[in-house]
Design a protein around this ligand. Sequence first.
Ligand SMILES: Cc1cc2nc3c(=O)[nH]c(=O)nc-3n(C[C@H](O)[C@H](O)[C@H](O)COP(=O)(O)OP(=O)(O)OC[C@H]3O[C@@H](n4cnc5c(N)ncnc54)[C@H](O)[C@@H]3O)c2cc1C
Length: 396
Amino acid sequence: MTDTRKIFDAVVIGAGPGGSSAVRELLCSGRSVVQFDAESFPRVKPCAGGLTARSLHCAPYDPAPTLVGRAPAFEFSTWKGPAVRFEQTGSVLQFVYRPHFDNWLVEQNLNHTAFGFHSAEPVESIEWDGLFRVRTKQREVVGRNLVGADGAYSRVNRIFDLARPKGKATAVEVVLPNHRVGGTTERVPCFDFGYLPRGYGWVFPKADHWSVGLYTLAEGLRGVRGRLLQYILEKGLKVSGDPLDSFEAHRYPVGGYRMRRPSCPVYLVGDAAGLAEAIVGEGIYYALESGRLAGRAIASHSEPSDGLRWYYRKLRRGLLIDSYLSWRIAGVFYRDPSKWIRRLASPFLWRPFVEGYRRGASLGRCVGFAPFLLLLSLFSGSSIRTVSPPETRLDR
Ligand SMILES: Cc1cc2nc3c(=O)[nH]c(=O)nc-3n(C[C@H](O)[C@H](O)[C@H](O)COP(=O)(O)OP(=O)(O)OC[C@H]3O[C@@H](n4cnc5c(N)ncnc54)[C@H](O)[C@@H]3O)c2cc1C
């Protein structure tokens, strides 16, 4: 079907948090939008679903109805080494189940009339002749602007050759329903740095399931399935049935650095732009925030070239630097995680980050304004504190 009579203000490719955040921003400014996703929604999405305060800060809708867990504490530890636990009276980390969360974002956007969503329609070709002509097997649509939110293997980035991220992370995950898990009473989300080279293992207990996985920046690491199985056992989780039956692996770009400003109005966001941070692989915040900025750039500039300039300047001064900084910090951190975990216990180090993230600041701002944020944290009534985790952990 060809619908070339209507010209949309924007065609958005991909319905992860990046794409849906851009859609929301555009719809709120009265723009017409069509969005495509290759998968049938709700789709499977390997992701631990951890939302930091800054992700919540820039979420397009209040995600409360989709939360499947709030953690009043989390733990950073090194495998068989020191650990530090961060606690807060409220919640320090919140969780969603990504297939539901992403689907819910689309549903919220569908409450607007000037919006069309097509799932299970992979975009196959894009042409630019003063307007974008975007084709799937089922239809062709025409738009003035294009948002490339199509994730790690972005077709939009391949066509327009804009982003060259610094590196790639590998993350693998299993989702274990509560009724299949026994053997541990520990329900504090934990990051076990150094469980594998240049990476960590995580266990996130949520309301109805556990997310357990491994993250690494190491290239060509073999036997990741076996390592995950071993990790599950070593963490004391007794799983009925095959613990790996929901195993999903995914590679995604991190440490975004080089970004070319395109000559036509195409906006690359989230994983498509390689924006995820490299230390723990947080990507939802970067997707939501870059999507929001892309939407705003299109909505608030009548000249496409002004919108483009505004967006790519914002990226270069904010999220891109942030992501690149995380890549450099990851390089130093993973050389000796134990040393850094010990240092993290110092309020001079963790307070600026906790305060900054709580206020939606980027990593770069947390580093740049550390003394100021440290002071602010003392007066803001932030109830976060660090405590020593149970002795058994320190003894490992
Ligand atoms: C195992 C794992 C755990 C993670 N845990 C966390 C976490 O706890 N917290 C966190 O902040 N981040 C986490 N991340 C990172 C986070 O998942 C990503 O950074 C985030 O999903 C990026 O969002 P996005 O919108 O850019 O892309 P995506 O969410 O990947 O969405 C891209 C969409 O584009 C669609 N698409 C692709 N090609 C086409 C096409 N040709 N046509 C139409 N549609 C297309 C895809 O189907 C997909 O739905 C994790 C990643 C992994 C792999």
